[in-house]
Design a binder for this molecule. Structure first.
Ligand code: FAD
Length: 473
């Protein structure tokens, strides 16, 4: 660690979760003399968003178990000042200052009581928020979003106090499904309303079909090709049903379903409204445009995590991949560079894994549709393989789809679903994509074998072997 402070004396970071705290820690590792301040609008910092659904279900009993470090930890151990309930309202890139308002329990202060802080370098790690919908009844007391610690506390508390029987969840992506699984665990009957014709519509049909069967097999009423058009509430502002419009019908056929609680999980958008009027460039969805050094369009401003774009390592274009891994890695690079380093973040393959309703599903790289859009010459190869040799303990079937470029023979994408063995293998595919390996390389990669753990050859080698044969034809 450099004990002499460099030319940048003070760094301000907006947001104190995955990306923001990764940036703060990395900046401190680079320069012990920096003044580092982190502003967080919420009450909580360093929380495990990815485990919030297990708090709702009760599998994790206490919310404290998800709070990794309190603000004092950062002050005492790292000399980083973390301020909670402090919302950054605007950024003035010319004066190099931010305007901050405080939440004194019960709401943020009026803008005239704002405080101004100057920065040498600013790191924006403000994350994302659920997309808001302007439909009737959306402000009912039992309609919740699912993103923050507060959301998880409010959802569980409402269920435990009011024992609703039916829940309606909008959005059949992984956040909606994590909420669905948590509520099913609490004994609620569930309906999921999904706009597209299938849940997990960004997966190949071979994989989204498996997830669809897993969800309906768990007793969930899945309503696809439809949208939530109204939430019906009583005079106390408590909703009791939801109206769903079937978009497959020409004029939309309305369906009314019971809803003692509604969870809105139909997408997220970057938290960047406080940058309005600044010179920081955003894309059409509001994500901050950054370079491979996490530098925004302004030289003293860096960004990381769910508030910004990231380079897609397959297509080389800039994409939006809101994952924890991306947030932490891009946060470290942003923090280091804000402190004066010259680090590069190579980018992301958009790798994801989740376990929902007993099934693991995962993806990395691009889909067939994306491969065609980006003018590759792709083929899709799919197959079912065993998780391990089933002699000693029952094995599970793993469905794998890979996308391969016929010209270069490089692996472009992989997706998988199954009850076991998915997580280990998707990381092999992610590594192969990062290293730009061909299917021939991965077919012959020396994967491990033991009967309890894998097959020989492993499913990863086997699907690539299938691709190699197809490419010979
Ligand atoms: C329920 C759930 C489950 C998930 N599961 C997974 C998973 O299994 N795997 C995975 O890879 N990813 C998962 N994710 C996504 C992952 O949590 C995010 O990608 C990651 O947290 C992004 O980190 P971030 O720091 O960029 O943003 P955030 O975590 O959103 O943090 C941003 C912080 O900035 C604060 N902030 C915003 N605006 C301001 C402002 N104006 N002033 C001050 N502070 C501000 C916010 O309050 C927030 O605390 C999950 C997310 C959710 C919600």
């Amino acid at each position: 660690m450099n004990m002499m402070s460099g030319i940048y004396k003070n760094i301000i970071i907006i947001g104190a979760n995955s990306a923001g705290l990764a940036a703060a820690n990395q900046a401190r590792r680079i320069d012990a003399g920096l003044d580092i301040k982190v502003f967080e609008k919420g009450n909580y910092i360093s929380y495990g968003s990815c485990s919030l659904s297990y708090y709702i279900s009760g599998i994790i009993e206490r919310i404290d178990s998800l709070l990794n470090y309190p603000p004092q930890y950062f002050m005492e151990k790292r000399n980083i000042q973390v301020f909670t309930r402090q919302r950054v309202n605007s950024v003035n890139t010319f004066k190099k200052e931010i305007i901050v308002n405080t939440d004194y329990a019960g709401g943020f202060t009026d803008e005239k009581f704002s405080t101004v802080y100057n920065y040498d370098r600013l790191v924006i790690c403000s994350g994302a928020s659920p997309v808001l919908f302007n439909i009737e009844g959306i402000h009912s007391k039992n309609v919740f979003f699912f993103r923050s610690v507060e959301d998880a506390i409010n959802i569980r508390s409402f269920i435990e106090k009011n024992s609703p029987e039916h829940a309606v969840i909008t959005g059949g992506g992984y956040i909606g499904l994590l909420a669905a699984e948590a509520l099913a665990h609490k004994g609620l009957k569930l309906s999921i309303v999904e706009l597209k014709d299938s849940i997990f519509s960004d997966y190949e049909p071979e994989i989204s079909g498996i997830m669809q069967s897993a969800v309906t097999g768990a007793g969930v009423n899945l309503i696809t090709g439809s949208r939530l058009s109204r939430i019906n509430a009583n005079s106390n502002g408590i909703c009791y049903s939801a109206t769903v419009e079937n978009l497959r019908q020409n004029h939309g056929e309305n369906l009314e379903i019971d809803a003692g609680i509604v969870i809105m999980a139909a997408g997220i958008k970057p938290n960047t409204s406080f940058l309005k009027g600044s010179s920081v460039e955003l894309d059409s969805r509001g994500a901050i445009k950054v370079s491979h050094k996490q530098q925004a369009s302004h030289p003293n401003i860096f960004a990381a995590g769910d508030c910004c774009l990231v380079k897609n390592i397959v297509t080389k274009s800039y994409d939006y991949f809101p994952t924890a891994g991306n947030a932490i890695k891009s946060g470290r690079v942003a923090g280091a560079n804000a402190a004066g380093e010259d680090d590069i973040y190579a980018g992301s393959a958009g790798t994801q894994v989740e376990k929902i309703f007993g099934y693991e599903f995962a993806r990395t790289g691009i889909s067939l549709k994306e491969a065609n859009e980006y003018m590759f010459n792709p083929i899709k190869v799919s197959g079912q393989f065993s998780s391990h040799v089933g002699v000693f303990s029952p094995s599970e079937k793993i469905s794998i789809v890979i996308i391969v470029d016929k010209n270069s023979r490089k692996l472009l994408g992989a997706q998988m679903a199954g009850k076991a063995g998915v997580g280990k293998r998707i990381d092999v595919f992610a590594t192969a994509i990062t290293a730009e390996m061909t299917v021939d390389d991965l077919y012959m990669t020396d994967t491990s074998y033991a009967p309890y753990i894998s097959t020989v050859p492993d499913a990863v080698n086997a699907i690539c072997g299938k691709a190699v044969l197809l490419l010979k034809k």
